[in-house]
Design a protein around this ligand. Structure first.
Ligand code: PLP
Length: 255
């Protein structure tokens, strides 16, 4: 029986990021994706024009509808949009503490557009941090969440805030030839991986990586193995991204 990952994520009409990225990545990991939709965004691969968030009641009703219906092993969250939705997810996770949980702390789109009020989202994320099996911040999100510029100190601060494991994604760092990701578990550096930096920008790469990890965790991988599988898979699907977007970000070819 395929285990289910229940994703709390938003709709991106371009199909590059958000819940479509989650469905495709989790499908490729071998697991099944279910979705509780947090927001409808208006965006393309170049720009975010706006969004309308789901109410807390509607979000919880969606999640609760599938709880006793599907074999959920893992929760994955991406764009949550509002502090109310973050509180709703914290409430849901507290009621289901047996689920694994991958927290992708989405604050802005890779195109730079707002996916919520950053200052209030950062404060609200504090309640989710101790509940997560793994956090997957990029370095911009890591600095925003902790208010700390130095990456080592910022990571340490996340552990002080109750994090169990953190994958720091280095795509936004000034390393022209490569991207380095660092996996920390219980405050210890467990693994560092480097892959060549591909040309261009990719829409939904963070969502895809976090979702594939969630899928592999649901399938029974240990954390380090799940992350390694996901990094290898992501590099492959970015390399073959084949939708030409002259001024925008490329769409990963996830299947
Ligand atoms: N979730 C939604 C709904 C989005 O629209 C975006 C970005 O546009 C993201 C998440 C984060 O995307 P990325 O994986 O590029 O960080």
């Amino acid at each position: 029986m395929r285990p289910t990952v229940l994703c709390f994520s938003g709709l991106d009409p371009s199909g590059g990021a958000g819940l479509q990225a989650d469905i495709e990545a989790i499908g490729q990991s071998g697991a099944h994706a279910a979705i509780a939709c947090t927001a409808l965004t208006i965006q393309n691969s170049q720009q975010v024009f706006g969004f309308e968030a789901t109410s807390k009641e509607l979000l919880l009703a969606q999640a609760n509808a599938v709880v006793n219906d599907l074999p959920i092993r893992c929760i994955k969250s991406g764009m949550l949009g509002t502090t109310e939705n973050i509180a709703a997810l914290a409430e849901f996770l507290t009621a289901h503490s047996d689920y694994l949980y991958v927290l992708d702390p989405v604050l802005v789109a890779n195109s730079g557009g707002s996916l919520g009020n950053q200052a209030t989202l950062v404060k609200a994320f504090i309640q989710l941090i101790p509940l997560a099996t793994l956090l997957t911040p990029n370095t911009v999100e890591l600095r925003a969440l902790t208010g700390e510029e130095d990456l080592q100190l910022a990571t340490q601060k996340l552990f002080d805030m109750g994090a169990q494991a953190v994958l720091v994604k280095g795509g936004h760092e000034d390393t022209p030839d490569y991207i380095q990701n660092s996996l920390y578990i219980a405050g210890e550096l467990i693994n560092e991986t480097r892959c060549p930096r591909l040309e261009g920008e990719y829409h939904g790469s963070g969502c895809s990586l976090a979702s594939f990890i969630a899928g592999r965790l649901a399938m029974g991988d240990q954390l380090k193995t799940a992350v390694q599988h996901a990094e290898t898979w992501l590099f492959g699907v970015l390399k073959i991204a084949d939708i030409p977007v002259p001024n925008g970000q490329r769409i990963p070819k996830r299947f």
